[in-house]
Design a protein around this ligand. Structure first.
Ligand SMILES: Cc1cc2nc3c(=O)[nH]c(=O)nc-3n(C[C@H](O)[C@H](O)[C@H](O)COP(=O)(O)OP(=O)(O)OC[C@H]3O[C@@H](n4cnc5c(N)ncnc54)[C@H](O)[C@@H]3O)c2cc1C
Ligand code: SF4
Ligand code: SF4
Length: 476
């Protein structure tokens, strides 16, 4: 990878989309300030100039832009390189499953949500409570609505508690939740609770933290810089807090249409819920449960793009939730101060029952194993993919310096540059003004490779003083 931290539309289209790692999050389409790309068959396609090459954007190659590539989760910086900007000096503990402040297991006490929820119903209960309390004015979720084919959710903005409740449960085909942030903007929502799988959380952090000085180019006026800044920062600024879902993979739609409907003879309209617990469980409305061996489902129907994802546990979310190794309960990982603040209030409401992680050793062991396995599975991709070992943490100061070096000698006057920088940063602090940024950190907590012939030894679950309980200490 060259020294410049900047990624372009051309790089994204070649090293992500054409290469085959594009996760279909749609963040690039959401972020495009000039309507150059559309989301077609799950991928970004440039439709502004149909006779031009698939990797040509006139704005990128003319005045300059590349907001899309700056949000793309499959280009450097990736999750591991964004830890410092996301957590900074506020980081609590750090382990193989990322930075966290607390890890524990929880269940909602609301019976209707507990019944509909995938595991402990925590995601839905937290969003419903936050909406009732006015902490959010809406939530971005995946749900199968009246206009969707059965079993195929679409991204939705839920503004009422009933709409939030209707989104309970997980669907294992991909649903590009980031795209719904455009609807949230259209509806004028300003405090959104965002739910998504890890590759949908990462673009939000990139939109929040990528240094905007790259928007200032020789040919651009402040007005265009301001527009591009709005698209780079706008979606993430709307998010009040994010809930990331643990995720090893999604399945191709053919799991539903070929395997379940055609081969197993189960009409998709009769499917009430799915789960993956060592096998794929298909819960039907008549009470029956059909099963597909997980290895078989993965071999035949795992979406290949997921193999390029090393983030099992939504490492950059405010709160991450999953259900491995639990029984009708959700593993909750509080990662940020924002996540902790909202959780403390939620738990104090008495709506949730919590247990320390030490009481859930099986869940802990599976989390450690899966987090490690997922990190290791990512193949080393093209130069800009951020998959080479030992890459640096993203440092906004270096990015700002690189952007200013790129401007040197272009003839842009100091006054014009200053006006454009004003437009790029708006009121936010510039990296040169921020003190306390922590440079590259190794990832602690990795138990490493076992010696030949030895079994991998996992450390015991964390005690409450090590973050292994809810902020209230597991006494709700
Ligand atoms: C595609 C996918 C794969 C997952 N893989 C794992 C895994 O390997 N291991 C693990 O421990 N947990 C996994 N989970 C998370 C798990 O299924 C539960 O969502 C989590 O434990 C929270 O449970 P809950 O009862 O608190 O959530 P609920 O209260 O039931 O809320 C579930 C939330 O999931 C959202 N959602 C549903 N389908 C999708 C989708 N396709 N894309 C994005 N958001 C969606 C809904 O909007 C809802 O807000 C996965 C989830 C998804 C969506
Ligand atoms: S470079 Fe800018 S204008 Fe071109 S596709 Fe990307 S975001 Fe859109
Ligand atoms: S931002 Fe998302 S949809 Fe766009 S190219 Fe990257 S991975 Fe694909």
């Amino acid at each position: 990878m060259d020294a410049s931290p900047h990624n372009s539309f051309k790089i994204m289209m070649n090293e992500v989309v054409d290469y085959g790692s594009c996760c279909e999050c749609g963040a690039c389409v959401l972020a495009c300030p000039h309507n150059v790309i559309e989301y077609i068959d799950g991928k970004p396609r440039q439709t502004a100039k149909p006779d031009a090459a698939f990797d040509y954007c006139g704005v990128s190659e003319g005045a300059g832009c590349d907001v899309c590539a700056s949000a793309c989760p499959r280009l450097w910086p990736r999750e591991t390189h964004l830890r410092d900007v996301t957590f900074g000096a506020e980081r609590g503990f750090e382990d193989i499953f990322g930075v966290f402040r607390h890890i524990f297991v929880a269940r909602t006490r609301r019976e209707d949500i507990a019944a509909a929820g995938q595991d402990g119903g925590i995601v839905t209960a937290l969003l419903a409570w936050a909406r009732e309390q006015g902490h959010i004015d809406g939530a971005v979720v995946s749900a199968v609505g009246a206009d969707d084919p059965p079993c195929f959710p679409s991204p939705k903005v839920a503004t009422t508690v009933d709409e939030i409740k209707a989104s309970a449960g997980s669907w294992y085909t991909y649903c590009a939740n980031d795209l719904a942030l455009a609807d949230a903007a259209e509806q004028g929502l300003e405090k959104v609770g965002f739910v998504g799988v890890p590759c949908q959380i990462t673009p939000l952090r990139k939109m929040q933290y990528m240094d905007p000085a790259f928007l200032v180019t020789a040919k651009k006026k402040p007005k265009i810089v301001a527009r591009q800044r709005g698209y780079l920062r706008g979606p993430a600024e709307r998010v009040s807090f994010s809930i990331g879902l643990f995720c090893t993979e999604v399945f191709r739609p053919e799991l539903m249409t070929e395997r379940i409907e055609r081969d197993m003879g189960i009409p998709l309209g009769e499917v009430r819920q799915f789960n993956v617990k060592g096998e794929v469980l298909v819960y039907q409305r008549n009470g029956e449960v059909a099963r597909i061996p997980l290895a078989e489902a993965m071999a035949e129907y795992q979406r290949p793009e997921c193999r390029h994802c090393g983030d099992f546990s939504a490492e950059l979310a405010d709160i991450a939730c999953g259900g491995v190794g639990t029984d009708r309960a959700t593993i909750v990982v509080i990662r940020t101060r924002r996540g902790e603040d909202i959780w403390r209030e939620f738990e104090a409401s008495g709506e949730v029952e919590v247990e320390p992680i030490a009481a859930n050793k099986r869940a802990w062991n599976i989390l450690l194993r899966l987090a490690r396995r997922q990190r290791e599975r990512v193949p080393q991709g093209p130069p800009r993919s951020g998959t080479a070992p030992g890459l640096a943490q993203y440092d906004p100061r270096l990015a700002a310096e690189a952007a200013s070096a790129a401007l040197a000698g272009t003839g842009k006057s100091d006054d014009e540059t200053a006006a454009c920088l004003e437009a790029a940063y708006a009121a936010e602090a510039r990296p040169s003004e921020v003190v306390g940024f922590i440079a590259g950190q190794p990832i602690p907590g990795d138990p490493g490779e076992p010696a030949a012939g030895e079994k991998r030894r996992l450390p015991p679950p964390l005690g409450p003083d090590e973050g292994g309980a809810s902020p209230a200490g597991g006494r709700a």
